[in-house]
Design a protein. Structure first.
Length: 710
């Protein structure tokens, strides 16, 4: 194919270098708004145009379906139909693609299902109840977090040592992990963590399969590399050993997902992991004004754990645009009311609501803004709230469709077998479970063998035939037709119609909206797979609505005007982050502040209150230490006289401003422990160090005061 050189002509020198440096490991350190997606897409097109690889020999991975879709569309504009043959998608989708081909080598049938978080939690709850565990005292959600943490590190149950076990439920979390994986296997199901862990185990246990993919992928491109966890990092390392042509694009200043397992050290140590790697910095920002960039850059410079870069505008004008406003309020209610008034004024002046956003550190802070927006009659959308696919009626319909595709899906069966009511009470369910366990079959199959009374047996057999008939219909009818017929025959729509309420009308509308969505899919399997891979970052904003969301959810987005409320100590930086991980937690909170500021194109409004209702209790608040770190020359500081604050920036300086705590860098140091002996520090999280001990104790987390440097 011929490459349109006009694409290269639009690049700045650093972008051009990143696109054309094709051989060997490359880290593109890309600041906020510096055009990283353009670089990634143009780089793929450049590789294909120059005949360096066939499309199927290029692997490009990112973190959200939304980002992957945008990349696919933009690549298609440059290379046409060839874009469809590039392995481009999220880590989880690529893992799913590999498992669909080689799942039998890790005990999966090709039609395995992917469970979402709700299904995973319900499955764990069932397991814990079977083991007579009080799920109120020991929440299944907490156990799920532990298991996903292990999977993020690529650890199957047999790889988790007793030293890595937790104190959850008297140390039984590892036992539950074993039972959970066993039950998943029996259901022919995987969860999100398995989509990373199982391909990793596949490559480790079948070197011939790994060699196949190493040979296939001549070029690997990774977006948002700072967000990779251990399992993703290990997968990339294994695959890159083939050609060594790996290009990772990321920003250490935007690493904000450690609670999901992301490890910024993957980016910081890139040169050590890939010897001979080049680093190219993208520092020209095409999004924000000079005052915004100067504020963000000055703030993030307080972090020690970064490779370092300085964002600049295209004309290097630091004083362009509006100053960053820092505003004090009496309480949270006044803050929300006045910010909504400002938003209304901006809207009347011509700024679309969809070009503005309120970004909060904690989700409970959205409540007062919702109240104020309702009173002002302004349309808004809460991102990260109750999502379409989390609604009861939508989960029910999807469960029906899952059962049509896979009759071995016990979780889907249990969700809909008595919805609407079919006389399937606790005793009937118990009989089905007992029969399924004894015969090693699914609950659906157990209908034919369980000792049931005539009435429930008749109803269950009718249910069984209905599902099997729907399965036959999939051979001749489109997915939407199958779903519509099933919802009518099952009585599910009639159930909501009989309720006769405004809520039930809304539910019915949602069901038909889902059926309409099915028109876009060639098969039920394709639809279910798409739904299972949905993430909170894939939500779309439609129409002219104000966006209200958490700072974590805002990453990757941009708005003309951004409002950042509740910049107060113990909220931002969050007390829990500081208590649990010390200086590392503070640095991540500061990165989150940096992300918030750099979402804005034209203006930023930071605010704080002296009083705020936090989880039902009024508390006195101090301005965040991050406010003190903002550069005075780029700030318009507006105090509130009722708070005792004047108009000078110095008046809001916090008492800890002069007490800069410099973190101790202990990674790589040799240490001694009285019990475990000598070892080397691999990771530092505040006062907790991850140490590999050489005398057989292995990897352990130890409080720093119990160690001495040697």
């Amino acid at each position: 194919m011929e490459f349109d050189t006009a694409y290269l002509e639009t690049l700045n020198p650093e972008q051009y270098q990143a696109v054309t440096t094709t051989e060997g490991p490359l880290l593109v350190l890309s600041g906020a708004g510096t055009g990283k997606t353009r670089v990634l897409i143009t780089r793929i097109a450049y590789i294909l145009a120059n005949g360096l690889a066939h499309p199927w020999q290029v692997l490009a991975v990112t973190f959200t379906n939304k980002a992957a879709k945008e990349m696919q569309e933009r690549l298609a504009q440059m290379v046409g139909a060839m874009a469809n043959d590039v392995w481009l998608g999220t880590f989880h989708r690529i893992g799913l693609k590999i498992l669909r081909r080689y799942g039998d080598l890790v005990n999966l049938d090709k039609n395995f299902i992917v469970l979402d978080a709700d299904d995973q939690e319900r499955l764990l709850k069932n397991i814990m109840k079977e083991c007579l565990v009080d799920t109120k005292q020991y929440p299944p959600a907490d156990l799920l977090d532990i298991i996903q943490h292990w999977k993020d590190k690529g650890l199957a149950p047999e790889s988790v040592t007793e030293a890595q076990n937790t104190s959850f439920c008297e140390g039984r979390s590892l036992d539950f992990y074993r039972l959970y994986q066993k039950r998943l296997n029996e259901m022919n199901a995987v969860d999100f963590g398995d989509l990373l862990m199982l391909p990793l185990l596949l490559f480790q246990s079948h070197p011939e399969i790994l060699a196949e993919y190493q040979h296939r992928f001549q070029y690997i491109l990774v977006d948002e590399y700072q967000d990779t966890n251990v399992a993703q990092y290990m997968l990339l390392r294994l695959l890159a050993k083939g050609s060594n042509n790996i290009c990772c694009v990321g920003d250490d200043d935007q690493s904000i997902y450690s609670w999901r397992g992301a490890n910024v050290d993957n980016l910081l140590n890139f040169e050590k992991v890939f010897p001979g790697a080049q680093i190219i910095r993208l520092e020209t920002n095409y999004r924000s004004t000079g005052h915004i960039l100067a504020s963000a850059s000055t703030l993030i410079a307080n972090n020690a754990g970064r490779l370092g870069k300085t964002l600049r505008t295209t004309d290097n004008n630091e004083t362009a645009g509006e100053l960053v406003v820092v505003q004090g309020y009496y309480n949270g209610l006044e803050e929300a009311t006045e910010i909504v008034q400002k938003i209304e004024d901006e809207s009347r002046a011509g700024t679309p609501l969809s070009k503005m956003a309120v970004l909060v550190r904690l989700s409970f802070l959205t409540r007062e803004f919702e109240d104020a927006l309702v009173k002002a009659n302004l349309p808004y959308r809460i991102i990260g709230g109750f999502k379409f696919y989390e609604r009861e009626e939508i989960r029910d319909v999807v469960a029906y469709l899952r059962l049509v595709v896979n009759q071995g899906d016990d979780l889907a069966f249990m969700r809909v077998v008595n919805k609407p009511r079919r006389g399937v009470g606790d005793k009937v369910v118990e009989a089905l479970h007992q029969t399924a366990t004894e015969r090693h079959i699914s609950l659906f199959e157990a209908i034919n063998y369980a000792p049931l009374k005539a009435a429930p047996l008749k109803n269950l057999q009718a249910f069984r035939e209905m599902i099997l008939d729907a399965k036959k219909q999939t051979e001749a009818l489109r997915p939407a037709q199958v779903a519509k017929s099933l919802m009518q025959l099952s009585g599910y729509i009639a159930m909501w119609q009989a309720e006769k309420s405004l809520k039930s009308d809304e539910r019915i509308d949602n069901i038909y909206e889902l059926i309409n969505k099915l028109e876009d899919y060639a098969s039920l399997e394709a639809f279910i797979e798409e739904v299972s891979l949905q993430t909170e970052n894939d939500e779309q904003v439609t129409g002219d609505q104000l966006v209200v969301m958490t700072l974590h959810a805002s990453k990757g987005l941009e708005f003309d005007k951004v409002f950042l409320p509740a910049w107060e100590e113990e909220i931002f930086p969050h007390k829990k982050a500081l208590d649990e991980t010390g200086e590392a937690g503070l640095e991540e909170e500061r990165r989150l502040a940096y992300v918030g500021i750099t979402r804005a194109r034209k203006s930023v409004h930071i605010s704080y209150a002296s009083n705020r209702r936090v989880y039902g209790q009024w508390v006195n608040a101090l301005p965040s230490r991050f406010i003190e770190e903002l550069p005075e020359d780029h700030i318009d500081c507006r105090g509130n006289r009722r708070m005792g604050y004047g108009m000078q920036f110095s008046d809001i300086r916090a008492p800890w401003a002069a007490e800069k705590v410099q973190p101790k860098k202990r990674v790589g140091k040799r240490v001694h422990h009285d019990t475990f002996g000598d070892g080397i520090v691999l990771r530092e999280e505040g006062d907790r160090l991850e140490v590999f001990f050489e005398g057989g104790a292995g990897l352990k987390k130890v409080i720093s005061r119990f160690l001495t440097e040697i």
